[in-house]
Write a protein that binds this ligand. Structure first.
Ligand code: TYM
Length: 360
């Protein structure tokens, strides 16, 4: 190999309550990429169990994320869709990365601090090591591009750090075994030939961080106890309209320019949602709605959200009634994913020095 093949990898946790943030920040952006590069979209069930999951609900939610991928327009003939636990290489590489990453790196992860809260001692070891598994997801395919929302930025920086440390630590073996690829960004810290690429995060557009509809300073999240805080991908038209009607705003009219959104978190969020759903910029949205009250903007937003999300909701419901068809997609995807990850792990074992004795 003379260069890394361009390859997209991303994942969504099957932890219920898939919402508009997941759709606009991630899933909707996966769709056009399938026509540009080899794309691998994973349902990360191993990540989900870092906090307790009811087993039956985990199975259902795994199918539901798959249904969302398909309903959003990901074509399983073009992209690879599978659930993480069906491809053993993720867990194996994660263990090796547990031994590459440093405690200090993981202790700095803000998402662990947020999720573990005041009771870090009671958090699972898996929750702490979560970012190492994420690095393994990406690097088991030597993926070069990762589309995600803004909240995953720190994890992707860690992925680059892990790749870099592995490339450095095993520099000699990589060269000796002839498994290196010329480093596109060589530096004094980074050898000339590397095994793992330094992955590009793709965090772009008006929807990298969709906020709660009840509090413009909090991220829209699956775990918010208030269902009014988020638009779920399973919400019907009436529910979507009701939630937008009840969304928190301020008393002023919308500004005509983007600068005027500063300090107005809720207004900024709703304009961002409109922009992302319509494929326009915030500036375009404000040139249309600047000077108007929320009483006029909200119905327009509602109509747009229903127009975009209701067909997806219908398709998800249809797909969820055919579990066997979903499982077939996941099985086929897992086979194709394994065909890429297996040879990578074979090389990793040789690089690390694991003895592969032949068993008769
Ligand atoms: P998860 O399941 O929390 O979220 C899935 C995707 O949705 C994005 N997202 C948002 N985007 C905009 N606004 C929001 N309010 C919002 N909330 C969530 C997330 O950034 C993510 O892109 N660790 C990941 C899953 C993962 C992964 C990976 C991603 C596991 N391995 C490898 C990429 C590559 C997560 O918990 O996503």
């Amino acid at each position: 190999m003379t260069t890394f093949q361009s390859r997209v990898f991303s994942g969504v946790q099957p932890t219920g309550n898939l919402h508009l943030g997941n759709y606009l920040g991630a899933i909707s952006r996966f769709v056009p990429l399938q026509d540009q590069m080899e794309s691998i979209y994973c349902v990360v069930d191993l990540h989900a169990i870092t906090v307790w999951q009811d087993p039956a609900e985990l199975t259902r939610a795994t199918r539901e994320v798959t249904a969302a991928y398909l309903a959003a327009g990901i074509d399983p003939k073009k992209a690879i869709i599978f659930n993480q636990s069906q491809v053993r290489e993720h867990a194996e590489l994660a263990w090796i990365f547990n031994c590459v990453a440093r405690m200090g790196w993981l202790k700095r992860m803000t998402q662990f601090k947020d999720k573990a809260g005041k009771h870090a001692e009671n958090a699972s070891v898996g929750l702490f090591a979560y970012p190492n598994l994420m690095a393994a997801d990406i690097l088991a395919y030597r993926a070069t591009h990762v589309p995600v929302g803004d909240d995953q930025k720190q994890h992707l920086e860690l992925t680059r750090d892990i790749a870099q440390k592995f490339n450095n630590d095993f520099d000699e073996q990589i060269k000796e075994l002839g498994l290196g690829v010329p480093n596109p960004e060589p530096s004094h810290e980074s050898p000339e030939e590397i095994f793992f690429p330094l992955t590009e995060p793709m965090i772009a557009g008006p929807a990298t961080r969709i906020m709660s509809l009840r509090d413009g300073n909090k991220k829209m999240s699956k775990s918010d106890p208030s269902d009014l805080s988020r638009i779920n991908l399973t919400d019907d038209a009436d529910t979507i309209a009701k939630k937008i009607k009840k969304a928190k705003t301020d008393p002023d009219a919308l500004p005509s320019e983007v600068d005027g959104l500063e300090g107005r978190a809720e207004a900024d969020n709703l304009v961002g949602i409109y922009a992302a759903l319509s494929g326009k910029s915030k500036a375009d949205v404000l040139s249309e709605f600047g000077g108007q009250q929320f009483s006029a903007f909200k119905p327009a937003l509602s109509e747009l959200a229903v127009e975009k999300l209701a067909p997806m909701n219908g398709e998800m419901t249809r797909l969820m009634n055919d579990a066997a068809a979903i499982d077939t997609v996941l099985k086929d995807g897992a086979e194709r994913a394994s065909a890429i990850a297996e040879p990578v792990l074979h090389d990793v074992r040789r690089i690390v020095g694991f003895l592969e004795a032949r068993r008769s």
